[in-house]
Design a protein around this ligand. Structure first.
Ligand SMILES: [Zn+2]
Length: 141
């Protein structure tokens, strides 16, 4: 199979799947095979003859149908794969930078703790004052 421009198509110039003539300037898959429809012999001695239909001739698949097929199979366009690969590479780079930054921060924290320059965490003390309340007063009234 080859991918060719529509200007190189030969008869019947139709997509075998959608039976439409592809837009000029678009691409098609040339199956490099011809469609032949075998006919029923008129007599037992006669050989079958090909029937001529509007699809007889070279078999092509237009780009729209090929794209639909690829989507049905769950395939991704090479350009999309390249874009996603570049994004993945960028995210991996950011992740590595964050890991290095976190490791450096942890080393500084450990050094501060080892030099007794970093106080251990203490629980927050409960407030020592009482909240003033007025008997018989309700805020929502
Ligand atoms: Zn088509």
């Amino acid at each position: 199979m080859d991918v060719i421009g529509t200007e190189y198509m030969i008869k019947p110039n139709l997509c075998l799947s959608c039976e439409m003539t592809p837009d000029p300037g678009s691409r098609v898959i040339d199956t490099l095979r011809d469609l032949s429809v075998g006919g029923v012999p008129a007599t037992a001695d006669a050989e079958a003859m090909d029937l001529v239909t509007h699809l007889s001739g070279r078999k092509y698949v237009c780009e729209a149908c090929a794209t639909d097929f690829a989507i049905k199979f769950g395939w991704t366009k090479p350009a999309d794969v390249e874009t996603l690969s570049e994004e993945l590479s960028s995210v991996r780079g950011e992740l590595n930078a964050l890991k290095l930054s976190t490791e450096a921060g942890e080393r500084v924290l450990e050094a501060l703790k080892a030099a007794d320059l970093f106080p251990e965490e203490r629980p927050v003390d409960a407030p020592s004052h009482e909240i003033f309340s007025m008997p018989g007063y309700r805020e929502d009234s």
